[in-house]
Design a protein around this ligand. Structure first.
Ligand SMILES: Cc1ncc(C[n+]2csc(CCOP(=O)(O)OP(=O)(O)O)c2C)c(N)n1
Length: 644
């Protein structure tokens, strides 16, 4: 029985049905790529039996594509979108005519590379090498929730040369993910010719060396493929089926030819191909006519539902305590685990748990702690995919330079996939200390500014960190919480009590005024907030009343607070961040967009700094109390002399 799970031998009827689907799907691939005059037919045809068999036999409900109990099929070589889309069409997910007419058309759901909005597609890919990691993350999510579904990952041979694939293999085998099966379309061809010449990879050997069970079969023989897959899912360990295939399979002049990796057929070629396949040449004309109408397949939503989280009892650190934000995050995480005993929580780590303070969680919830080793690309994607498994609260904690800079494109794809990853970045800015330039993550706001979905929170002290972590856990989508390394003073209100005290509740986008003053406004973010407040107190003693607004959400400025800042003669932004792309840039944009004519002085880091203790580096960059006070004095001298 089709779509009942890959457990039974294929009946003759099922086999005939699947072979017929694959045959028709081949023609649909050619029609769709010819009408679009672009796309990737070659790999689509070599992967066709793999796709048809997987989407035909896995536990899926074509009329309920996001059914929770479904097996997950990740297509990692996203350029073979026409192939998997066609297989989905003949499995009943949508009419094949829609795909033939609207492939790669502006506004249609059928984008050039596989898109999660298409019914049946689990994860958007196209940047090769990420799909196995996504499968690993989904399989970890399944294990944490006790789900029964199986995860399949279809991959190409070209992407096997990518390092992230090796990282993912090792994590899967270390975690013993028996409910994960990969299938490699081993067609031996890629853009530049023979895979063997482009970059040889000993496929069977590398998978086996990383602890996977390896099966090989003819990838166009549905019975052999089914048999290999059955053995692979039954053996209790992560397994891979290396499926020997032919690029362009089914059309004589396309077979084995690299050129057809990435181009649609000309009209003549299309006619020859359809006559070989014995299919109607009229599909092309019909699709061209239909293309003038609107695509009838609606996109599915990307957003991962918010996890219901009990925030637990916030911790308030006393006015005289000095605590690092990292420790406050680690403590809040342990509290969240205690307050939510039945909530599956996954925490990914890349060999830095002690530094990024997830070791406490690892002790209380070892089953949720995922040690990825030095494998950040894989960790980023696996954690992102895990966060999309219903009900799994997922964190990844790492140094800023590894969680942002090392894994930039993976975080971009997490955003595109509507993931709900909570990323905790420690050791950000110059507050990485003695590790030096290579470890100075100065772009944690700037990098996420480039994406459209990521939220960024930069807490000012341990109290704000505590509240922000508890709030972020229950926030929609991907959220990065960035902090430094050092112990910080608790930011105090004018009366000396903790500013983010017991009554404080974190709200995304709020700016909190630590001091009010009409002579200038300092807008400060993160690590240097305490120093900015102390600088304002120093200036007050000199008779200059400086307001200090603490901005924890540099990508979402609070209009009302910004208007208050604009009521002062000059605004100074202060941040332990690249001065070109962080808070100062956000404030400059806000001022330009609102038309406010208020002078702005942006104060931050204007170049990588040498190795040294954090306080010395911050002083060198003028981000200590004296340095900040000096910048405010100069800003006033430059911009408000005449009105004083
Ligand atoms: C990370 C990344 N680098 C480069 C590319 C550009 N690219 C697209 S397909 C491809 C290789 C094609 O080989 P294979 O994946 O085996 O596909 P096939 O030709 O068999 O369809 C490359 C280099 C990409 N999509 N992603």
């Amino acid at each position: 029985m089709l779509n009942a799970g890959l457990t039974e031998p294929l009946s003759d009827d099922d086999l005939r049905e699947l072979e017929m689907r694959a045959h028709r799907a081949r023609s649909t691939v050619l029609t769709a790529t010819s009408v679009a005059a672009s796309g990737h037919p070659g790999g689509s045809l070599s992967s066709m039996e793999i796709y048809t068999l997987l989407v035909g036999t896995a536990r899926l409900r074509p009329d309920e594509p996001r059914w929770e109990g479904r097996d997950r099929i990740v297509v990692s070589h996203g350029h073979t979108s026409p192939g998997v889309y066609a297989a989905l069409a003949y499995a009943g997910f949508f009419p094949p005519e829609e795909l033939e007419a609207h492939f790669r058309q502006t506004g249609s759901v059928f984008e050039g590379h596989v898109e999660r909005a298409v019914p049946g597609i689990e994860w958007s890919t196209g940047n090769l090498g990420q799909g196995l990691s996504a499968g690993v993350g989904l399989a970890i999510g399944a294990r944490l929730t006790g789900a029964e579904w199986h995860t399949f990952v279809a991959m190409s041979d070209g992407e096997q040369m990518k390092g992230q694939v090796a990282e993912a293999r090792r994590l899967a085998s270390k975690e013993g993910l028996g409910a994960l099966t990969a299938v490699v379309d081993w067609n031996g061809i890629q853009i530049s010719g023979r895979t063997e010449d482009v970059m040889p990879v000993s496929l069977a050997e590398v998978w086996a060396a990383d602890g996977w069970q390896v099966y090989e079969c003819d990838g166009h023989d549905m019975v052999a493929l089914h048999d290999a897959l059955l053995r692979a899912i039954d053996d209790g360990v992560p397994s891979v089926v290396l499926a020997h295939t032919v690029i362009g399979k089914g059309v004589s002049f396309m077979e084995g030819v690299a050129e057809f990796h990435g181009r649609g057929l000309t009209r003549d070629e299309y006619m020859r191909a359809t006559s070989e396949l014995g299919s109607s040449t009229e599909a092309l004309a019909a699709a061209v006519v239909r293309r003038a109408t609107k695509c009838g397949v609606e996109p599915l939503p990307h957003r991962t539902p918010v996890v219901s989280v009990e925030p637990g009892n916030p911790r308030t650190y006393g006015a005289d305590e000095r605590v690092d934000n990292r420790s406050a995050w680690g403590a809040a995480l342990v509290d969240l685990a205690a307050a939510n005993p039945d909530l599956p929580i996954a925490v990914f780590d890349c060999d830095l748990a002690i530094s990024v303070k997830t070791d406490g969680f690892a002790r209380v919830r070892p089953e949720g702690f995922v040690q990825c080793g030095v494998g950040e690309h894989n960790a980023a994607t696996a954690a992102g995919a895990c966060s999309t498994v219903r009900g799994v609260l997922t964190f990844w904690a790492d140094f800023g330079v590894f969680g942002v800079d090392e894994a930039y494109n993976q975080q971009r794809l997490n955003d595109l996939n509507g993931a709900a990853l909570k990323l905790v970045l420690t050791h950000c800015g110059l507050d990485v200390g003695e590790d030096g330039k290579t470890h100075q993550c100065l772009d944690y706001v700037g990098a996420f500014r480039e994406f459209f979905g990521w939220k960024v929170i930069v807490p000012a002290d341990p109290n704000q960190t505590d509240r922000a972590i508890r709030a972020a856990a229950a926030m929609q989508g991907c959220v990065a919480v960035a902090m430094g390394r050092s112990k910080l003073p608790v930011v105090r209100d004018s009366d000396g009590s903790p500013l983010f005290g017991e009554d404080y509740a974190f709200t995304y986008g709020d700016i909190v005024w630590a001091r009010e003053g009409s002579d200038a406004s300092v807008l400060v973010m993160g690590t240097v907030a305490g120093a900015a407040v102390a600088a304002a107190d120093q200036l007050r003693a000199e008779g200059t009343e400086v307001g200090v607004g603490i901005v924890a959400c540099p990508l979402a400025l609070d209009d009302q607070a910004m208007q208050m800042a604009c009521a002062t003669p000059v605004i100074v932004t202060v941040e332990d961040h690249n001065v070109r792309t962080g808070l100062g840039a956000s404030v400059a944009q806000w001022l330009a967009d609102s038309g406010a004519a208020v002078p702005l002085v942006r104060h931050g880091v204007d170049g990588f700094q040498p190795s040294g203790p954090s306080d010395e580096l911050l002083k060198r960059a003028g981000l200590d109390i004296g340095g900040i006070a000096g910048v405010v004095r100069r800003a006033r001298a430059m911009h408000v002399q005449s009105s004083d």
